[in-house]
Design a protein around this ligand. Structure first.
Ligand SMILES: [Zn+2]
Length: 256
């Protein structure tokens, strides 16, 4: 059993063949998928996917790219959605200074607001961080996510990972771990404790080797887990089981 803890199966790229993508996942023993929202409409789509498919769970939230589009109505609707049984986390939220699609002060304000909402709804958070290490750290130290959280598709240094682990966060690995230039991420995967990592695809993006360039899908999370096993010198099964158990610890509502 493997848990793909970060997917976007509501993406239009799956509209014609979602059933076969889910079938591939089942054949690859991906027994659970966490589908993550990035704005109000994707959060609504995620919740309806979870209602339709028993192995799909969801997170709701507003991505930093979409921060400037959020209104009071967005927050009211997301709070309502977050109370649904299969919503396990608030996300994805954070800061993206690489593409800067929303102004940085708005990104920060919306990130802090959603940490507070997650705390109120007793949900962990899923964090997106691109080129914003210091500001993210400053914010999560000051506004602590009370139910914990995960840094998804981790790409930072081991130095930063140590700080995050000390703050109680989980570290999640995606396709880039399998890429040739993944020196930093490789070091983090080697050193991260077995009880603090997750695996994910972030599909349809970031397809792992050897399928890089194609559309990504949950079945390919095996490549990420396989790479972690190779780097840590342990079995694939151990990575799969630990990743699943870690998911159940962080996303507690899933265990109910
Ligand atoms: Zn994502």
């Amino acid at each position: 059993m493997i848990w793909d803890t970060h997917a976007h199966l509501d993406d239009p790229r799956y509209k014609d063949d979602l059933q076969s993508v889910l079938r591939n996942a089942e054949l690859a023993q991906i027994s659970r998928i966490l589908n993550v929202g990035y704005d109000l409409s994707s959060s609504i789509r995620s919740v309806s996917l979870a209602k339709k498919f028993s192995n799909i769970y969801t997170a709701v939230g507003v991505h930093p790219h979409d921060a400037s589009s959020a209104t009071d109505e967005t927050w009211d609707r997301l709070i309502q959605l977050s109370k649904e049984a299969k919503v396990l986390a608030w996300g994805e939220i954070g800061l993206d200074y690489y593409r800067d699609l929303s102004p940085r002060p708005v990104q920060k304000e919306v990130f802090i607001k959603q940490i507070e909402l997650a705390n109120r709804e007793k949900l962990p958070i899923i964090i997106h961080n691109r080129d914003a290490h210091q500001d993210i750290l400053d914010i999560v130290k000051k506004h602590r996510p009370e139910c914990g959280g995960v840094f998804h598709c981790y790409s930072g240094s081991w130095e930063m990972a140590k700080v995050l682990l000390n703050l109680g966060f989980y570290i999640s690995f995606a396709g880039p771990l399998t890429y040739k230039n993944a020196r930093h991420t490789v070091e983090v995967a080697q050193k991260v404790p077995l009880d603090r990592f997750l695996v994910e695809t972030d599909c349809p993006y970031l397809t792992p080797e050897p399928n890089r360039g194609k559309r990504n899908e949950p079945a390919f999370v095996r490549e990420v887990a396989g790479k972690i096993a190779e780097l840590k010198g342990i079995s694939f099964e151990e990575v799969a089981v630990k990743g699943f158990e870690n998911g159940e610890k962080l996303f507690k509502k899933s265990a109910r």
